[in-house]
Ligand binder design. Sequence first.
Ligand code: SF4
Ligand code: SF4
Length: 442
Amino acid sequence: MKLLTFKGGVHPPYRKELASSKPIEVLPPPSVVKVFLANHGGAPAKLLVKEGDVVKLGQKIGEAAGFISANVHASLAGTVKGVEKILHPIQERPMEAVVIEKSEGVEEWELITPHGDFNRFTPKEVVDIIREAGIVGLGGAMFPTHVKLVPPEGKKVDLLVINGAECEPYLTVDHRLMLEKSAEIVKGVKVLMHALGVTRAIVGIESNKFDAVEKMKAVCRGEPIEVAVLKTKYPQGAEKQLIYALTKRIVPSGGLPLDVGVVVQNVGTCFAVYEAVEHGKPLIERCLTVTGKGVKNTANLVVRIGTLTSTILDHVGGFADNVDRVLFGGPMMGIAVRSLDTPILKGTSGITVLTKEEVKGPPQKSCIRCSRCVEACPMNLQPYLLDLLAKKRLYDQAVEQGLMDCIECGSCSYICPSGIEHVKSIKLAKKVYRALRGGGKK
Ligand code: SF4
Ligand code: SF4
């Protein structure tokens, strides 16, 4: 069988076997959650509650503040204890989180109305439900889903791509979702097709999840949804690489999938869309993988948004020996968590705990001009040069060399025999450049 793929990329140790056979289980509701108002890309939500308020499960506690923003809902039925400023794991600065303490007894839901069979609704009504439910991209990007479903004037979408690649090493949550919730995911895909007005969708899955390929193919039989097998190669699930592998369409530099008529959604997002439209459930929980050799037990868990990292780690028996770091996400693109009190976000696809042996790389040396980073870069960039320009603070030159096209996949750092951490200097340079340009993206 010919496997679809892209140019470049790397083959890090995948270590999916640590958690891939663990069925999804539900973490019991914790006694407290801390829900960031910035639980998505764009503007943080506007606070709707105050200390002492009693909230139902799914009640809106933060209202989307602008077009690129998302609603935030109570992930516990209980009492609002206040609003704390906590170090945000992505924004890297203290940001407001609503603290909710769980009430005794059965939790009462506040569901979205109306909801039900999507065929009853117009595309706009479907988008309204998705917006109301606060759904964001659950692959990690956390971009508000409703925004992607309303293409700007003049842009025509003809294809929905569903990302089931899960190329990030260690993580297995999308794999488990496709095995255990395939019918629900496909219903979510059909809802999204209806919202976008497209007649075709492709689900892309890496070849290391062949059981999920078979399962999804069986459920998609008779539907206008194709299941395609992708080569197992990192970063196969990055949007531009996924679109190229499946369609040979090339998203232009600085452009979006919309520019080539495509919208991409993750399988977890499809499940959340199904739950919102069919059952009226706002996004108050998500599935994530707890994995790595640094935890006593691995798991795939349904966890309430805002649950503290420590609560989740306690559930799996805590740390094993020799722990080096705790990451939100996997080892390639994950973000180091500085405190175990950090609450999970809507985009937290996994908690990976790595041991000292797992993070050991080559000692840092000077670049030997071997060009391995250039061969590995899926964006056709010259990572060694970007690293050099970034370190010399020559930001304009770095931008000319494609700095802003870097997808921060870390393939260059992974492959480098000199242990150069290009992605660190590139990320910093992008941040500084944006700040110097007054927050603009380019
Ligand atoms: S892989 Fe490392 S050593 Fe080789 S060219 Fe790139 S930066 Fe230099
Ligand atoms: S330069 Fe950016 S896109 Fe290229 S390999 Fe490095 S991190 Fe990935």
